[in-house]
Design a protein around this ligand. Structure first.
Ligand code: FHN
Length: 464
C-alpha cells in the first residue's frame, strides 16, 4: 500500500514538473531532449555530417575531352573553361554534352539511402553549377535536364521525394555568380596569360549581368524554393567579384528570406563582405580547409574524397577512410560540420571507392555517432592524440575522446587539462571499463592493450 502511494506521488510529481516546463519555458518534452532543437539552426548543428554532390553536364566528359585530359587543376566540373584547349571547350561544343547526358542507372533512392547508411543527416546537390545547366525543369531556361537531354527526368524532384522518405534534409548548391551557360553570367575572373586562357574571358557588362540576375538567378532561386522547399542553400563565390556587389548579396538574402522561413544561407554568397556572418546562417570554409580551432558561428567544411568534385576518370587520389573520419570529428570538436562530396559517374552510379568509404564511415558512425550528433565542442583543450566532444547528461557531463593516434609506448593516454577524475571511463564500442589516475597535467587513462578500432577508438568519460 505504502509502495503504491509512493508510486502515485512520484508520477504526480513527474507530471507536474513536465507540465511546469511546458508552461514556463514553452517547450514540449520531446524538444527538451534535443538541446539545439527549436532554433532555425537546430537541426543543422546537430547533424554534423552531410553529403555534397557535384553532378551535371561535366560528368559526361569526366575530365577527358577528345582524348586529352583537362589541365591546370583537377576540378572536372571546370572542363568548360579549363583544359588544355584554349579557353576550355567552346560553348557550342560543351552544350552538345546535353545530348549525351543520360544517367540511366540514376536512382534517387540508392543515393539517399547510401547517405543515410553513412550516417549523414543532410544532402546537398549542384542544382546549377558554374556551367549554368539546371538539374530540374526550370521554366526560365531550356538549358536543363528535362528540356535539353534524353534523360528528361526531374533529378531534383526525385531526390526531394527520396530525402523525405529517409528523413534527410535537402539543400541546393546554386551558382549565382558564375554562369557560363547564360548570357550575362560571370566568367572566370582571372587574367589568364599565365594560366593559358588567352585572350582573357570576356566579362558581362553591369547591365548584362543585371539582366542575367533578374531573368535567371532570382527566378531560379524562387523556383527551387517553390518546387522543392529546401532546408538550405549553398551559394558559391570564391574570389573577389565585380558582379557580386554588397547590394546584390543583400538582395539575394532578402529574396530567400521572403520566400522561406526555414531556408538557411551560407557565407559564400559573398567573398569579401565585412559583417556577412551577421547576415547569413552559417559559414563555409574554402574547399577542403579545416580550421585548427573553435569557431563560434556555425560553420562547415566541404571536402572531396579525392581531388575533383565532379567525377574525374583519372583522379585516383582517394583519401583513406581514416582521414575522412578525422576531418569529420575534428570539425565537430570545433563546432563545425563536414560535407563530404561524391562525384557520381555518367551512368548515375556512385564510384566504387566512394561507396566503399561511405560504408566504412557508416559502420563506424553506427557505433560512435552518438559522440557527434547533437554534441557540443571540446570543453577541455586540444589534444595531440585526437579530439574531444561533450554532452550534458543532466547530472553532469559525458566526454567523448576520439583517439586517432594510439600511444606508441605503454598504454597511458594523457587528457591534458582535464581537472576532474571521471566516475566511469569506458570504450564506447566494447563497453570495457578503463582505469584512470589524476596526474599533474590532467588525467591519465590506461587504454586496452589492443586497439579496438584501427581508425579511431572512442572512449567515454562520465563526469559529475
Ligand atoms: O569552383 C567551384 C568548384 O567547382 C566547386 O564547386 C567548389 C565546392 O566548394 N566551389 C568552387 C571553388 O571553391
Amino acid at each position: 500500500m505504502i509502495e503504491k502511494t509512493y508510486t502515485i506521488m512520484k508520477n504526480l510529481i513527474i507530471a507536474f514538473v513536465i507540465t511546469f516546463c511546458f508552461m514556463v519555458v514553452g517547450i514540449n518534452p520531446s524538444q527538451a531532449q534535443l538541446p539545439h532543437e527549436g532554433d532555425k539552426m537546430g537541426w543543422w548543428k546537430e547533424s554534423r555530417f552531410g553529403m555534397f554532390i557535384h553532378f551535371g553536364l561535366y560528368t559526361v566528359p569526366s575530365g577527358v575531352y577528345k582524348g586529352e585530359t583537362m589541365g591546370r587543376n583537377w576540378y572536372a566540373e571546370w572542363i568548360r573553361t579549363q583544359g588544355d584547349w584554349p579557353n576550355g571547350i567552346p560553348d557550342a561544343e560543351y552544350r552538345e554534352f546535353a545530348k549525351q547526358f543520360n544517367p540511366e542507372q540514376f536512382d534517387a533512392d540508392t543515393w539517399i539511402s547510401l547517405a543515410k547508411e553513412a550516417g549523414m543527416k543532410y544532402f546537398l546537390i549542384t542544382a546549377k553549377h558554374h556551367d549554368g545547366f539546371a538539374l530540374w525543369p526550370t521554366k526560365v531556361s531550356k538549358y536543363n535536364v528535362v528540356d535539353a537531354t534524353p534523360f528528361k527526368r526531374d533529378i531534383l524532384g526525385e531526390l526531394a521525394s527520396a530525402c523525405k522518405k529517409y528523413g534527410i534534409k535537402l539543400g541546393f548548391y546554386y551558382s549565382h555568380w558564375q554562369d557560363w551557360g547564360h548570357e550575362g553570367g560571370a566568367m572566370p575572373p582571372w587574367p589568364s596569360k599565365s594560366l593559358g586562357t588567352e585572350p582573357e574571358m570576356p566579362q558581362p557588362t553591369k547591365e548584362e549581368f543585371q539582366k542575367y540576375w533578374d531573368k535567371i538567378c532570382l527566378p531560379q532561386v524562387q523556383e527551387l524554393i517553390g518546387n522543392y522547399d529546401p532546408w538550405f542553400f549553398w551559394f558559391d563565390t570564391w574570389e573577389e567579384s565585380e558582379q557580386i556587389t554588397d547590394e546584390k548579396v543583400d538582395e539575394l538574402i532578402a529574396h530567400v528570406r521572403k520566400l522561406s522561413d526555414k531556408c538557411l544561407i551560407n557565407s559564400r554568397i559573398a567573398f569579401e563582405y565585412p559583417g556577412i556572418d551577421k547576415k547569413v546562417d552559417y559559414l563555409s570554409m574554402m574547399d577542403n580547409r579545416f580550421p585548427d580551432g573553435y569557431i563560434e558561428k556555425p560553420w562547415e567544411t566541404s571536402g572531396t574524397m579525392n581531388r575533383s568534385w565532379g567525377y574525374h576518370l583519372l583522379d585516383f587520389a582517394w583519401k583513406p577512410t581514416k582521414e575522412l573520419l578525422r576531418n569529420l570529428v575534428a570539425n565537430a570538436s570545433r563546432n563545425g560540420n563536414y560535407q563530404l562530396n561524391i562525384g557520381p559517374k555518367a551512368d548515375g552510379t556512385f564510384p566504387k571507392p566512394s561507396i566503399k568509404r561511405l560504408k566504412e564511415i557508416g559502420t563506424w558512425m553506427e557505433i560512435n555517432g552518438e559522440g557527434l550528433y547533437g554534441a557540443d565542442p571540446n570543453p577541455v583543450a586540444e589534444q595531440e592524440w585526437g579530439y574531444i566532444t561533450s554532452k550534458g547528461t543532466g547530472e553532469g557531463e559525458k566526454l567523448y575522446l576520439f583517439v586517432f593516434d594510439w600511444p606508441g609506448e605503454g598504454n597511458g593516454l594523457l587528457v591534458k587539462n582535464l581537472a576532474e577524475v571521471p566516475q566511469k571511463t569506458s570504450v564506447l564500442e566494447t563497453g570495457q571499463v578503463l582505469e584512470v589516475q589524476k596526474v599533474e597535467k590532467g588525467v591519465e587513462i590506461f587504454l586496452p592493450e589492443f586497439q579496438p578500432d584501427k581508425n579511431c577508438t572512442v572512449i567515454t568519460l562520465d563526469i559529475k
